[in-house]
Each structure stands twice: as C-alpha cells, then as structure tokens.
Design a protein around this ligand. Structure first.
Ligand SMILES: *[C@@H]1O[C@H](CO)[C@@H](O)[C@H](O)[C@H]1NC(C)=O
Ligand SMILES: *[C@@H]1O[C@H](CO)[C@@H](O)[C@H](O)[C@H]1NC(C)=O
Ligand SMILES: CC(=O)N[C@H]1CO[C@H](CO)[C@@H](O)[C@@H]1O
Length: 338
C-alpha cells in the first residue's frame, strides 16, 4: 500500500453461511490470504511505543481466516523497530519476541507467514544504498527463522522513486543474505520499484530510467525459490486510496502486461496487495481480477487482500473479522477462489 498506514486483515471463518453464490474453483492457488497490519503503524514516532503507536495482530484472527481457507499472512513490520540502532545493529528483544510469536502462531497452524518490512526501501526515511548492510540485516533476520520452512521473506514493501538498478541490487543482496544464513528451504519474495505495481511493471521508470521489466528479471537464487510479488489496486491512479474502481474489468486489464512478462521470463508470484471498496463496481472488479489470476495460475500463484489488523477501524478495505467494512462482502467472495 502506498500509505504505510494501510493494512489488510482477513478473517473469514464466520462467513461460511454467506457464500452460496460463489463457486469453488478447481485449481487451488498456492498462496491465499491477507496482509496483517499494526506492527508498522505510527511511523511518525520511531521506534514508538507498543500499544500506543503500533500494535500486533490478534492471534485468533489467524484461526478465523485459516478456517475459511486462507493459508498466507503477510505480517507488516518496521525495520527501525526490529533493529533500532541501524541496519547492522542488534534486535530489539521485545519487538522480535512479538514477531516470532506471530510467525510461530501462523506456521504452527500450517500457514505461510510472510515477514514484510514495510519500509519502501528506506531506513529512517533515507533510501537504503548499502547493499552490504541490507544483506547483513536480512542475514541476521533469516538466522532467527532458518529452521521454519513456512516463513517467506519479503525483501521490502514497495520500493519507489529510486534507481531501478538499486532496487534489483537490494533484492539480490537480501536473497544472498538469507541463503548465507542457512535459510535455504524458504520462499523469498522480491518486490519491484514504482510500488511494485503490476500495471506499470513494464512502463514505469526509476530515477535511472529503468523499468522493473528490465532490471528485475536477472535476480538469482541458489535455492530456486524466488517469487515475484506485485501489487494491484483498482482505482483510477492505482493507489488503493479511493472507493471508486475504474470499471469491472480494470483488474484483469491491469495485470495483462505483467502476466506476459512473468510468462516470458519463466517467473511466478502472487499479487501481494489488492482491494476494493464495498460497491457493485468494485465487487465485480475484484471478482474479475481473481478470475483472471485463477485463469493464469501458471504464473500467478495467489493473492493477498489489503488488509486486516486490529486498528483499522472503519478503513474502507478493512477485512478484520468481523466488523471491518469489507469483511462481510469480500470474505465470502474471496473464499470462493481459495
Ligand atoms: C511484546 O512486546 C511487549 C512490549 O514491548 C513486551 O512486553 C512483550 O514481552 C513482547 N511479547 C513477546 C512474546 O515477546
Ligand atoms: C475499463 O477502463 C479501462 C481504462 O480506462 C479501459 O481501457 C477499458 O476499456 C474499460 N473497460 C470497460 C469494459 O469499459
Ligand atoms: C492506528 C492507525 O494508524 N490507524 C490508521 C489506519 O489507517 C487509516 C487510513 O490510512 C488512518 O487514518 C488511521 O490513522
């Protein structure tokens, strides 16, 4: 999400009764779930205070979503809270303890936990330029979780307004650090520049004039478990900030060029963020996009709704069980595609 305060949560278990109009798809996608927000809130005050500036997802919401068929949760954190003294510094024990509690809860239930630094390629507001330090940060984090094969490492949320070549180098440094730590069984998900938008994957240029299509295809992974994560919203500027979706087919249209790129480069990955507001055009547009993902599941491996989390309140896309504004409409709709 372009705004760091946006998150998603999915909790669908109470909705089974509401889903009769949606048909289950024959082919299961590998990753289906929600973004969980809270640990990355309150960026105005770093590192911030637990319970005041930020919070952690309520563990029982995972059970709710899992009962409805979800199997992947993107846990959004802040790097500055995990290593307050810098990229190569030690962990804050309490923040790491809470993260590990979330990760263990999710993976003990058999689901994937995506650890996602919601940092936009920045640390304390500055673009990360040291690939060595970024590699060390990821090596340290991966060391903690290397025995847990249900963890997925997300190199960073939504790099933007940077050189495309630097974004690719940071992704490669993260991959190298994670594998160097001995975490060899886990998936790693790379994100691109320009907010890792699917619709602009082949067209948006970084400050060096390079597109993701040009810079991102050459990443290498010794474990061959690299997945490409793109985000796609349905409003006019693609930012996911408006309740108005362009039209009912905008999702599939916006994924087409990226689908071609993934296929011709022999890559796969999930749509790591998507959402729509509760209205008929957005509901049709979400359904259209999920159908398109399902129809192209040789390259698209899943979709994660933005967002759930305990502090979203009346946020239009909140799928937090059970009173998030998007919950009762979209939980059953999504469930049909899981
Ligand atoms: C979570 O963080 C709080 C506040 O910093 C701390 O008191 C608590 O012990 C942490 N929980 C775990 C499981 O580490
Ligand atoms: C939806 O909007 C897009 C972007 O403006 C346009 O290209 C497309 O033709 C529209 N689709 C329909 C079905 O109107
Ligand atoms: C606690 C918190 O950060 N809530 C934010 C959730 O997101 C909305 C929309 O961006 C903000 O207005 C809230 O402040």
């Amino acid at each position: 999400m372009r705004l760091s305060t946006f998150l998603l949560a999915a909790g669908l278990s109470t909705l089974v009764h509401a889903a009769p109009t949606h048909k289950k798809r024959a082919n299961k996608l590998q990753f289906f779930g929600v973004n969980e927000s809270g640990p990355e809130f309150g960026t105005g005050d770093l590192p911030g205070v637990y319970g005041t500036d930020y919070t952690w997802p309520i563990l029982s919401t995972y059970d709710t979503f899992i009962a409805q068929g979800m199997n992947t949760f993107r846990v959004n954190i802040l790097m500055e809270r995990l290593t307050p003294s810098g990229l190569t510094g030690g962990f804050d024990a309490a923040y790491l303890g809470n993260l590990t509690q979330q990760v263990d809860y999710i993976t003990n239930a058999g689901a994937y936990a995506i650890i996602c630094p919601h940092n936009y390629g920045r640390f304390n507001g500055d673009i990360i330029t040291s690939t060595d330090n970024f590699q060390t940060w990821w090596e340290n984090v991966a060391t903690v979780y290397k025995a847990n094969s249900l963890v997925i490492f997300d190199t960073n949320n939504e790099y933007h307004d940077m050189a495309g070549s630097l974004v690719a180098s940071l992704n490669q440094a993260a991959i190298n650090g994670i594998r160097k730590a001995g975490a060899t069984s886990q998936y790693i998900t790379a994100e691109g520049n320009a907010y890792t938008g699917a619709w602009t994957w082949t067209t948006a240029v970084g400050t060096d004039g390079e597109t993701n299509a040009v810079t991102m295809g050459a990443l290498t992974d010794s474990s061959d478990k690299l997945i490409y994560q793109m985000h796609q919203y349905l409003d006019s500027d693609g930012s996911g900030t408006s309740e108005t979706c362009v039209n009912s087919t905008i999702g599939s249209e916006r994924l087409k060029a990226a689908t071609t790129w993934l296929r011709s480069n022999n890559k796969q990955g999930p749509v790591g963020e998507y959402a729509g507001a509760v209205n008929s055009v957005c509901e049709a547009a979400v359904e259209d996009m999920l159908s398109y993902i399902d129809a192209n599941n040789d390259v698209w491996t899943g979709a994660l709704w933005w967002a759930a989390g305990p502090w979203w309140g009346t946020y239009i896309f909140s799928i937090e069980p059970t009173d998030g504004p998007a919950y009762s409409t979209f939980a059953p709709l999504i469930e049909a595609y899981e």
